[in-house]
Design a protein around this ligand. Structure first.
Ligand SMILES: [Zn+2]
Length: 325
C-alpha cells in the first residue's frame, strides 16, 4: 500500500514536470502549419460516368509562397466505354498522381484518352502527366499554344504579363498533338475514341480554345460538358468564406473583360464571345431536352445540373457574363 502511494506521487511529479516543459517549449516551436484543404471527392453518376472533384489550395503569393488563404474546386469527369476510360479534363498538375490513383481505384482502369475543355491550369495542368501514363490527349488548336507555355493567358501581348498568377501556371514544354477538327465557333465535329462518340463544339470566350463536349452514353442519354463556358454560381460554393470557386471564375471574367483592343484574340476571347457561346449552348440544350434524351449539364466547377435545370442554369451564367459585356 505504502509503495503504491509512492508510485502515484512519482507519476504526479513527472506529469507536472512534463507540463512545465511543454508550457515552456510551446512558444519556442515554429509557427503553426498553413491550412491544407486539398482532397479529391469521388462521385459515381451511374452508367459508367464519374465525377472527381479536386479541392485545390489557393495561395496568396503577396503574403508568402505557403500562405494558403482558401481553396477552389474543379471537376474531372471519367467515362467508361467498354474496357476504355476517357477523361474530360485533367485537373491541376500537382494533384495529377493522386487523381490518377483515385480514378484507377474507382474504375479499375487507367485513362486511355483525355479530352480537354480548355488550357487553364486547373483543367489542363495534369495533361502532361496523363500523357506520360499512356493517354492520348485532345485539345483545340488555340489551347495547344497555351498548354505549351503552361499559362492561363498568352504572353504574346505584353499587356497580359500582369495576369500571371503563380496559382495558374504549370510546367511548360508539353503540347498535345491531337487537335479537335474545328474551324468556326459553334460548329461541331465528331470524335470517335474506340467506339465512343463525342461531339465537340467550339465555345470560345472564357479562353480562345474553350470547347463544350456532348457524349451519348450507352443508355441513350446525352451529357453536355461545358467546361468554364458556363459559370459556377455563388450559391453552389461550400458555405465557408474560404471556398473561392465562384470568386476565381468571376475574377477570370473581369480579366477577359479587359482584353485590350485591338488584340489577336478579339474573335476568340472576351465576355461578348462567351455570351454568344452560351447562347449556342442554350440552343443545343433545348434540342436535347426536346428529344427527351438529355441527362444534363456537367460543368467545369461545382455540381452538375439535371436536364430540367439546364435552361435555368444557362440563363444564370448568361446573367453573370452579361454584366460585363
Ligand atoms: Zn477556366
Amino acid at each position: 500500500m505504502k509503495e503504491r502511494k509512492k508510485t502515484v506521487r512519482k507519476i504526479t511529479i513527472s506529469l507536472i514536470l512534463a507540463l512545465i516543459t511543454f508550457t515552456v517549449l510551446i512558444p519556442l516551436t515554429p509557427a503553426k502549419a498553413q491550412p491544407d484543404f486539398e482532397k479529391i471527392e469521388v462521385y459515381d453518376l451511374g452508367d459508367g460516368i464519374w465525377r472527381f472533384e479536386e479541392y485545390i489550395n489557393y495561395i496568396d503569393y503577396s503574403i508568402s509562397s505557403d500562405a494558403v488563404v482558401g481553396y477552389y474546386k474543379v471537376n474531372i469527369y471519367a467515362i467508361e466505354s467498354e474496357d476504355k476510360l476517357i477523361l474530360i479534363d485533367s485537373g491541376v498538375e500537382h494533384l495529377a498522381g493522386w487523381l490518377h490513383s483515385n480514378i484507377t481505384s474507382a474504375t479499375g482502369k487507367s485513362p486511355n484518352a483525355v479530352l480537354l475543355t480548355h488550357a487553364h491550369a486547373d483543367h489542363a495542368g495534369g495533361a502532361a502527366y496523363f500523357h506520360v501514363m499512356g493517354a492520348e490527349v485532345y485539345t483545340h488548336l488555340w489551347s495547344q499554344y497555351l498548354i505549351f507555355i503552361g499559362m492561363n493567358f498568352s504572353l504574346i501581348d505584353p499587356t497580359y504579363a500582369y495576369l500571371v498568377n503563380p496559382n495558374f501556371v504549370y510546367t511548360p514544354g508539353y503540347a498535345p498533338i491531337n487537335l479537335y477538327d474545328l474551324t468556326d465557333p459553334g460548329v461541331e465535329s465528331l470524335l470517335l475514341i474506340d467506339g465512343a462518340e463525342f461531339i465537340i463544339i467550339w465555345t470560345p470566350g472564357h479562353s480562345p480554345g474553350s470547347v463544350s463536349i456532348i457524349y451519348n452514353n450507352p443508355s441513350g442519354k446525352y451529357l453536355l460538358f461545358t467546361g468554364d463556358t458556363t459559370m459556377p454560381r455563388p450559391e453552389d460554393d461550400d458555405p465557408v468564406p474560404f471556398d473561392l470557386t465562384y470568386e476565381l471564375d468571376y475574377w477570370t471574367l473581369e480579366m477577359i473583360a479587359s482584353v485590350p483592343i485591338p488584340s489577336p484574340y478579339d474573335e476568340v476571347m472576351g465576355v461578348d464571345i462567351q455570351l454568344s457561346s452560351l447562347n449556342i449552348l442554350r440552343g443545343i440544350a433545348r434540342l436535347l431536352q426536346r428529344g427527351h434524351a438529355f441527362y444534363g449539364i456537367l460543368p467545369g466547377h461545382n455540381n452538375p445540373y439535371p436536364a430540367n435545370f439546364a435552361q435555368w442554369y444557362l440563363k444564370k451564367s448568361i446573367k453573370i457574363v452579361d454584366e460585363w459585356v
